[in-house]
Design a protein around this ligand. Sequence first.
Ligand code: CTP
Ligand code: MN
Ligand code: MN
Length: 494
Amino acid sequence: MLRWPHPRKRLRSEEAPLAGSEKAAFGDVHIFLVERKMGRSRRSFLTQLARSKGFVVEDVLSDAVTHVVSEDGEASSLWAWLKDHSRSDLSRMHVLDISWFTDSMKEKRPVAVETKHLIQDVLPEVSTPTSAAAVSQYACQRRTTTENHNKNLTDAFEVLAENYEFNGMEGQCLAFRRAASVLKSLSWEVRSSERVHELPCLGETMEELVEEILQYGRSFEVNKILSDERYQTLKLFTSVFGVGLKTAEKWYRRGLRTFPDVLEEPSIHLNRMQQSGFLHYGDISRAVSKAEAQALGSIIDEAVHAITPDGTLTLTGGFRRGKDFGHDVDFIVTTPERGQEERLLTSIIQHLKQQGILLFSDYQSSSFDMSKLPSHRFEAMDHFAKCFLILRLEGREVEGGLCRAEGDSRDWRAVRVDLVSPPPDRFAFTLLGWTGSRQFERDLRRFARLERRMLLDNHALFDKTKKEFLAATTEKDIFAHLGLEYIEPWQRNA
Ligand code: CTP
Ligand code: MN
Ligand code: MN
């Protein structure tokens, strides 16, 4: 079975909440039904209906209200009414149309708020669903789609972050990545640095940087970095598959600046991964399209099926977050038989090889051991069996054809593919961990540690207070354990 995300229609396993976990979330939801357009009798009927199902319905629009529900289709008049009739902070409430309410009645629990439920304020000064002051410092409490309204700013912040990384200044690097992520989450374009003042994770220097970019359209410091030889060289070298920062620095220190410099240097011995990285550089440094990702999904799914009928292939990584392009395609493969996940992965590699489409494979066997958990090591890689592949993708397999470089007449291209194979009971943690984005994952773990005294990684969730592991079969279970509102994959582009 190939699990390819479909808008609206979600996976079965994703829909079953953990018994018990929903109870607490329930009490936190306080509904207010807007009488306008709904009418008094319908409002009282819906109030009784909701209360009979255990929902809390407030009679007045007070600070206690978390979910405002209206049948008024006209957003502007509704918002005007709300502002007139409430002294509470509306930015802290969800303003929702009746579909959220009816969905919740059907499910007998408050369903997660999705964009389709929101009635957004259309007035220009408050066209933001959340005011700057209400933005959380944690990416896992923000909804970040692929639509970035502040690309000019986030691009600059990311150059600075990368430069700090190249210079070994981890703290600064993280600070700029965090700030870029906050800016990415905004549903509005920053037009004055004053608005930035209210945002979390953006200090005074960053505010000045924003001001400079808004005023001059560029940043002096960023431009300086972009034309810096060391930055350019490290960026070039680390763009090769298999070349990390350490290797890139070593080559730079030896005076090497270009690929020919590296390839013609007799004392340099490239490892297998780097050799493939250089060999397929043109192909794998070019973005992979959604259609190409889909084609690879079918090819690998076929391989899984040739091996076991019970195998499951699940798309993860950037494409699961709804990105149109990626640097690779990431999949999780599982089999319900415990202990068979390694064999499944090695058999898939074998199958791809027999088909003649395996250009490179780096297989890492599992070192997963539940008894060695929880891991306190921050940002540790997971221990599941996995492989980093380069596959040959034929043009005829791809709907609409290949993403080809100009002047390239070949009917195939090389593509990077990652496969990971966790034991079946670890699936939800793996899916959450591999869906990313990296910043979203970082903040999930930071939130768990600092706000909940819990340890989260790709293997498990450990409650330090209760000293026990918390079970999960879906991502929703994990969000519920953490006391977080569920964030859809396409809202995790932090
Ligand atoms: N990941 C991980 N362990 C690994 C490799 C990756 O947990 N050994 C996670 C990363 O943290 C990331 C996700 O898997 O959140 C996907 O990684 P990657 O393919 O590098 O990034 P994408 O978000 O998919 O971006 P792109 O579209 O450029 O591939
Ligand atoms: Mn990826
Ligand atoms: Mn990957």
